[in-house]
Design a protein around this ligand. Structure first.
Ligand code: UDP
Length: 418
């Protein structure tokens, strides 16, 4: 199949850990690699955010990243990108020329707008559009209220993407309910979760050296909704209970110390740690390159994921694949990935006391923690390999090709491995 991915802000080639670079970048990159490895030809269209970027980057056989001009060639917050989606659609359409792909798969609501515009303008048959939201404005608004910086148009344009796409991919079962609530017909929704790179994230391999203290780790973009402050509060509660020898390693944010010092969320977290008198046991590491992440995860006794809400959450899967137990708030994708009492522990969101109790249970029962870690590793490899996710995604593409009812298109694909 010839597949076009559209990922306006999240380039598969970007460094991870910054405010707008996280799971979506990983998802688009790993899914594209897995689809190319299955014999498909994949092009990823993303916005040029640096004038020095080449027009095209051949990543491997069958996989190319295409940088398109859509607005100024500068890093811009994703919430400022809406005005440039028409330009992005024009770039995609021009690149297709007279040979549109078999399917276009868009990521995040604004890419959906661009993909739909390009797909509907591409000749008589058009191109079927499969869409993954990665995050939903309704959920964001519910949790972030006035702090939500999404453009107001998201409220009506995002549901319209869901209603117009030929197929919508939810990454977890919780998202299916949210999609139905914004008017996406259940018959057009498939589930294809995010996966984990099992060749990189595994329990065999070195762990980053650490001291004698127990270590819990919180990994992700440094944004308030990730709930890292709750882990700091839990650390103070553990100390109050007499568990003194515990450190919290926080990974994410800027890659250099100057950037980290000026990061408002990093400053807020450090101020909180000081006010709770645990600053001596909080390590703010900043951004860690992907290749070093497994060693960092393996150095932890437990990984804590305490978001207020989480569309999917790849970090818990990465920890599970490394054999490390996860303490996760029971929200969004974490409800599916973490199995309470088997691969980790669920806690209610925004509840530092519950977080502390779960961490204390793991730190004081290392055999139990190990058992959870082993089961987590098994679950990650059995359910969440990118190869399996690519297969499920292909099945959704096939459904979109079928339901999009474009005469001639299915015959033209006859005989090819879909
Ligand atoms: N990540 C990384 N370095 C960092 C921080 C994060 O490589 O310093 C990676 C992390 O390992 C994971 C991704 O960024 O693969 C975050 O994805 P997740 O789905 O957990 O969160 P999102 O950023 O999508 O909200």
């Amino acid at each position: 199949m010839r597949i076009s991915m559209v990922s306006e802000h999240a380039s598969p080639l970007a460094a991870l850990g910054g405010v707008d670079a996280g799971g979506q970048n990983v998802h688009v990159a790993a899914l594209s690699v897995a689809l190319a490895a299955r014999g498909h030809t994949v092009q990823v269209y993303t916005r040029r955010d640096d004038p020095g970027l080449p027009d095209r980057v051949q990543v491997q056989d069958g996989l190319e990243v295409v940088h398109l001009t859509a607005g100024p060639a500068l890093p811009l917050p994703k919430d400022d990108l809406l005005p440039y989606m028409g330009q992005l659609a024009g770039g995609v359409l021009a690149d297709w020329g007279t040979e549109p792909p078999d399917v276009v798969h868009s990521h995040f609501w604004m890419s959906g707008l661009a993909a739909l515009e390009a797909a509907r303008s591409a000749g008589d048959e058009g191109v079927p559009v499969v869409h993954t939201f990665h995050a939903l404005g309704t959920v964001k608004k519910r949790h972030q209220g006035a702090e939500d910086t999404s453009p107001p148009e998201r409220a009506w344009l995002e549901p319209s993407v869901g209603r117009r796409a030929d197929r919508v991919l939810a990454t977890c079962s919780d998202e299916v309910f949210e999609l139905k609530a914004i008017g996406v017909p259940g018959s057009r929704i498939s589930i294809a979760p995010c996966g984990v790179d099992l060749s990189l994230f595994s329990s065999s391999g070195p762990a980053e050296p650490r001291g004698r203290r127990h270590r819990i780790a919180a990994v992700g973009r440094l944004v308030p909704r990730k709930g890292v402050d709750l882990a700091i509060r839990a650390l103070a509660l553990l100390r109050d209970e007499g568990l003194e020898d515990v450190e919290l390693l926080i990974v994410g944010g800027s890659s250099d110390s100057a950037g980290l010092e000026s990061d408002p969320e990093a400053r807020r977290l450090l101020a909180l740690a000081r006010s709770l008198d645990v600053a001596d046991r909080v390590l703010l590491r900043g951004q860690v390159p992907r290749e070093q992440m497994p060693a960092v995860l393996r150095s932890a006794d437990a990984v804590v994921c305490a978001p207020w809400y989480e569309p999917f959450g790849i970090v818990p899967l990465e920890a599970m694949a490394c054999g490390v137990p996860v303490v996760a708030s029971a929200v969004g994708g974490l409800i599916d990935t973490v199995v309470h009492g088997r691969t980790g522990l669920h806690v209610p969101p925004r509840d530092p006391a519950a977080l502390a109790a779960a961490l204390s249970e793991l730190l004081q029962n290392p055999r139990y923690a190990r058992r959870l870690g082993v089961a987590g590793k098994q679950r990650a490899s059995a359910r969440y390999s990118w190869d399996r996710v690519a297969l499920e995604t292909e099945q959704a593409y096939q459904l979109a090709l079928g339901t999009a009812a474009r005469p001639g298109r299915l015959q033209s694909l006859g005989g090819k491995a879909l």
